[in-house]
Design a protein. Structure first.
Length: 529
C-alpha cells in the first residue's frame, strides 16, 4: 500500500509547490522508493487545454494525450516517470465524472453533494497509484483559504482519517517575506496560513518556507512554536542556483529522513550524491551559446517552460550555458534581435498573431544558415515560408489563419473538420513517426521509428509535399506514411522542424536529440564565426 504526502500552499501562489513536491519525490526516489505524483487544480475547466498561456502558462501534454498543468513537466523531469491522465485532476473533471454518474443513475435516490460524492471522487483519484508505488505525492493547486480548493483539502483530511496519520502527511509550502524597512523576515503570514489549514482539520507535519534570506534558528523556533511543527521540520527554501539544486538543499536539511520517519518507510538504498554532483558541475560550463526563442508569448516565460528546460538540458550535455533570448514575433524587429543568435527556435502556438514575424524569422534562419528548430506551429510556419518565398505561392497559408487561402499548405484533416467540441479533441499524445533513411532526423535519433507527443489540429497538407521538396524542404518523418511529421533542409547545416513537441520528452540527464543537435550546431557556428 502506498503512503501519501499532501502538498499544500499558503500565503501566495507561485511559491514553487511543484518544484518542492518534485524535489521531495526525487529524494525519496534516491532512497530507493517508488514514487508517483498527482496534481489537483481547483479550477472548473475540465483541463487547461482551452486556456490561454496568459492564464495558465504552458499546457503540458502527457504520453496518453492529457492536457495538463506545467507542474507535470517538473514531475517528469525530476522523477523521470512518464505522466498520464491519472496524474492530473481538475475540479472540472471531477465534477464532470460525478455529474455523468448522476445522469447514468448511479446515485439513484440520493442527493448528490460535495461531501461525500465530490470528495469520494477526489479520494478515488488521490489513490490512483495506491497499489503501484511506495509514496504518492499529491499537490493541491491554489492557496489555502481559497474557496475552490476546499473540497480537495476536505478529501485530504478524510484520507488521513481513513488511512491513519502514519500513512498520510501534509507538507505545507509557505512564504516568509523579508520586509526591507524593518530588515526582518516576517513569520505572521505563515502562522495565518497554517491556522487556515487547521481550520479545515489539517495539521501540517513539515513547513517548506520560501524565503529570500536565511532562516535563523530563532525564527525556526518561533515558527515551530506558533505552527506546532518540530523545529527541524521548518525547512528553509531560499532561491536555489537552479531548480535542480532544490533536492540537494532539502537533503541537507534531512527532509527525506524526516518524511521517511514520519511515514514509517524503509529506504531501499543509501542516497547516491551523483545526482547532486551532476548539477553542481553543470553550473560552471566552459562554453556559452545564445538561442533565440521566437514566439508571441515572449514576456510570459511560463508559456515556454519545457522548451527552456529542454534547451538547458542540452546545454548541460554540451558543457555550455544556454542564453535564451525571447523574441516577440508580433512586436519586435526580428532581424535586429536575431543578429547575435547562434541558434533559433520557433515554439508551438495558436492563432495568427505574430505569424508574419515567425515567417520572417524562418527566412532569416534559412538564408543566414543559422541552426533552426521549429516545433508544431514552428513547423507549419516553416512550410508556409517555403511555399511563399521559394515556390512563389504568395497566398500560401494555414487555414487556421486564412480559411479561404488559395494554397492551404497547412490544413485540417477531414476528421478534424468535423470536430465540434474544442476541448480535448486535438491530435493529442503519443504517435509514431517513421524516419527516412539518410535524413538528419534519422541521424539525430539514431533509429528509424520514434514516438513523440502531439498537440495540434492542423497538418502539413500532403498535396504540397512534392512541390516543397523541389525547393530543398523535404519530409523526413511520416506518421503511417500519410501525415508529414518532420521537415528538414538539405542545403543548411541544421534546419529541422517537427509537428510534435520534443520538449516534453527532454530530461536533465537525457537531453532530447533535436535540442542536443540545435545546441551542438549553435556551438559549431559560434566557433566558426
Ligand atoms: N495551431 C496549430 C494547430 O493547431 C499548432 C499547434 C501547436 O503549435 N501546438 O495545429
Amino acid at each position: 500500500m502506498s503512503k501519501f504526502i499532501i502538498i499544500t500552499g499558503g500565503v501566495v501562489s507561485s511559491l514553487g509547490k511543484g518544484i518542492s513536491g518534485a524535489s521531495i519525490g526525487k529524494l525519496l526516489q534516491l532512497n530507493g522508493l517508488k514514487v508517483n505524483m498527482i496534481k489537483c487544480d481547483p479550477y472548473i475547466n475540465v483541463d487547461p487545454g482551452t486556456m490561454s498561456p496568459y492564464q495558465h502558462g504552458e499546457v503540458f501534454v502527457t504520453t496518453d494525450g492529457a492536457e495538463a498543468d506545467l507542474d507535470l513537466g517538473h514531475y517528469e523531469r525530476f522523477l523521470d516517470v512518464n505522466m498520464t491522465r491519472a496524474n492530473t485532476n481538475t475540479a472540472g473533471s471531477i465534477y464532470q465524472t460525478v455529474i455523468d454518474k448522476e445522469r447514468r443513475g448511479e446515485y439513484l435516490g440520493a442527493t448528490v453533494q460535495v461531501i461525500p460524492h465530490i470528495t469520494n471522487e477526489i479520494k478515488r483519484r488521490f489513490t490512483a497509484f495506491e497499489n503501484e508505488v511506495d509514496v504518492s505525492i499529491i499537490e493541491i493547486g491554489g492557496t489555502v483559504g481559497d474557496i475552490e480548493s476546499l473540497p480537495f483539502l476536505e478529501a485530504a483530511r478524510q484520507l488521513r482519517l481513513e488511512k491513519g496519520p502514519k500513512n498520510v502527511i501534509c507538507v505545507h509550502v509557505t512564504l516568509v517575506p523579508y520586509i526591507a524597512v524593518a530588515q526582518e523576515l516576517k513569520t505572521k503570514p505563515t502562522q495565518h496560513s497554517v491556522n487556515k489549514l487547521r481550520e479545515v482539520g489539517i495539521e501540517p507535519s513539515m513547513l517548506i518556507c520560501r524565503t529570500e534570506k536565511p532562516l535563523s534558528l530563532h525564527l525556526r523556533e518561533k515558527i515551530s512554536l506558533f505552527c506546532s511543527v518540530p523545529t527541524q521540520a521548518v525547512i528553509e527554501c531560499a532561491d536555489a542556483k537552479s531548480i535542480y539544486h532544490v533536492p540537494e538543499n532539502f537533503y541537507k536539511q534531512k527532509v527525506d529522513e524526516q518524511i521517511i520517519d514520519l511515514l514509517g518507510l524503509t529506504p531501499k538504498q543509501k542516497v547516491d550524491p551523483k545526482w547532486f554532483e551532476f548539477f553542481d558541475k553543470a553550473m560552471t560550463p566552459s562554453k556559452s551559446v545564445k538561442i533565440a526563442v521566437a514566439g508571441k508569448y515572449s514576456e510570459l516565460q511560463d508559456a515556454y517552460k519545457s522548451i527552456s528546460e529542454a534547451l538547458r538540458h542540452a546545454g548541460m550535455n554540451n558543457d555550455a550555458k544556454v542564453e535564451i533570448v525571447f523574441v516577440n514575433t508580433e512586436k519586435d524587429n526580428v532581424e535586429e534581435k536575431l543578429k547575435t543568435a547562434d541558434g533559433i527556435l520557433i515554439p508551438g502556438g495558436f492563432g495568427g498573431r505574430g505569424v508574419d514575424g515567425k515567417i520572417a524569422t524562418i527566412k532569416y534562419a534559412r538564408e543566414h544558415k543559422i541552426p533552426f528548430l521549429g516545433i508544431c506551429l514552428g513547423m507549419q510556419c516553416t512550410v508556409i515560408e517555403a511555399a511563399r518565398n521559394l515556390c512563389g505561392l504568395h497566398d500560401a497559408n494555414s487555414t487556421e489563419f486564412d480559411p479561404t487561402t488559395k494554397d492551404p499548405v497547412v490544413d485540417l484533416t477531414p476528421q478534424q473538420k468535423n470536430v465540434v467540441y474544442k476541448g480535448g479533441t486535438m491530435r493529442l499524445g503519443n504517435y509514431t513517426a517513421d524516419l527516412e533513411e539518410g535524413s538528419l532526423a534519422r541521424k539525430l535519433y539514431g533509429k528509424d521509428q520514434i514516438v513523440e507527443r502531439h498537440r495540434h489540429r492542423y497538418e502539413f497538407n500532403p498535396a504540397y509535399v512534392k512541390q516543397l521538396r523541389d525547393t530543398g524542404l523535404k519530409v523526413s518523418g511520416w506518421h503511417e506514411g500519410v501525415l508529414p511529421e518532420i521537415v528538414e533542409r538539405t542545403d543548411h547545416p541544421y534546419f529541422i522542424a517537427v509537428q510534435f513537441h520534443p520538449e516534453f520528452g527532454s530530461r536533465p540527464l537525457r537531453p532530447h536529440p533535436l535540442f542536443d543537435g540545435l545546441i551542438k550546431a549553435g556551438l559549431k557556428r559560434k566557433e566558426n564565426k
